[in-house]
Design a protein around this ligand. Structure first.
Ligand code: AMP
Ligand code: TRP
Length: 334
């Protein structure tokens, strides 16, 4: 059976891009694959934050994943820091990667540019090695993620191949599983449709958060930036010339399981397209919000599920970590 693994950071407000780019495939893959999903709390340490917030948001993210449709009987859901092998293998992969290749990662360049390289945490630079560890520990075949993670996936493959070449066959080399950009792989900001929608965006009006009230979702979509075109072909899928309209077509198409081109054929004006997109998003998110409130009322039950998930993950991960330790020449404990 195909093994899949993916992760999501607990910090920031989860948004529609997370759902359409990643969670939607995570949910579907539970039926067809042996699926491992983790809340990557160690990755959150790469930027400043409060300990209490990290604890709360880790629990909240796990609860949200369950509310969105992950079922502990059909997948292994766990918290990254509960499985020690993640940090252990990350070190080995840091010693497999080079400084130069880490420094070339777009995410490092973008994020370190904000506060300056001098202050950026070393973990932010090394982050792709930890992500590679997350993936390689599970002999993963496919990694369902959004398009923004393509570069990190490529690096994971490179590190796996390099390690295998140097020390002998140890890791399975994984493939990415990325939806096409028009099918949720890259949901764009509603106000600046040339920029991806993001948890950490400074553009709350351009971001649909998964916990937004229906009236806020409707308002944000109604005010989404489009263009001044009129006429019968104003509604068409053309991300370069018409990024705002194309983004709405992508969102509505992804939710309804249609291509953006076929959705476009149903409309001539922006108003009705926006109204139907808003309805589809509200219909998608409200049931998740309702289930979230139910699950959040019993945090003990969620914690117990995470415990079971971590035990299951640990069995697989500790064996792979031991294999890597032995391959690289660490003396096995007797
Ligand atoms: P993060 O919020 O960075 O932890 O991302 C969690 C998952 O959501 C990853 O698989 C990302 O690729 C995906 N994702 C985040 N933002 C978007 C977006 N705007 N469009 C599509 N996928 C996204
Ligand atoms: N880097 C990913 C992101 O920012 C999150 C992540 C961490 C991840 N570890 C992973 C995704 C392993 C897939 C597999 O979105």
């Amino acid at each position: 059976m195909t093994r899949v693994l993916s992760g999501i950071q607990p910090t920031g407000q989860p948004q529609l891009g997370n759902y359409l780019g990643a969670l939607q495939s995570w949910i579907a893959l539970q039926d067809t694959a042996d699926a491992f999903y983790c809340v990557v709390d160690l990755h959150a340490l790469t930027v400043p934050g409060e300990p209490a917030d990290l604890r709360d948001s880790t629990m909240a993210m796990a609860t949200l994943l369950l509310a969105a449709g992950l079922e502990p009987d059909r997948c292994t859901l766990f918290v990254q820091s509960h499985v020690a092998a993640h940090s252990q293998l990350a070190w080995i992969l840091e010693c497999t990667a080079s400084f130069g290749e880490m420094r070339r990662m777009t995410q490092w360049k973008d994020k370190s540019a904000k506060g300056g390289e001098e202050a950026a945490r070393l973990g932010l630079l090394a982050y792709p090695a930890l992500m590679a560890a997350d993936i390689l520990l599970y002999d993963t075949d496919r990694v369902p993620v959004g398009d923004d993670q393509r570069q990190h996936l490529e690096l994971t493959r490179t590190l796996a191949e390099r390690f295998n070449h140097r020390y002998g066959q140890t890791f399975k080399v994984p493939d990415a599983l990325i939806p096409e950009r028009s099918r949720g792989g890259r949901v764009m900001d509603l106000q600046v449709p040339t920029r991806k929608m993001s948890k950490s965006s400074e553009s709350p009006q351009g971001t649909i958060f998964l916990f937004d009230e229906p009236k806020d979702i409707e308002r944000k979509i109604k005010r989404a930036v489009t263009d001044a075109d009129q006429g019968v072909d104003a509604v068409r899928y053309d991300p370069t010339a018409k990024p705002g309209v194309s983004n709405l077509l992508g969102i509505l198409g992804t939710i309804t399981g249609r291509s953006p081109e076929s959705v476009a054929a149903d409309y001539t004006r922006y108003g009705p397209l926006k109204a139907d997109t808003a309805d589809a998003v509200v219909e998608l998110l409200v049931p998740v919000q309702v289930r979230y409130r139910e699950l959040a009322s019993d945090p003990g039950a969620v914690a117990k599920l995470l415990r079971t998930g971590a035990d299951r993950a640990n069995e697989v991960a500790s064996a792979t970590a031991a294999r890597a330790d032995a391959a690289i020449g660490l003396l096995p404990p007797s």
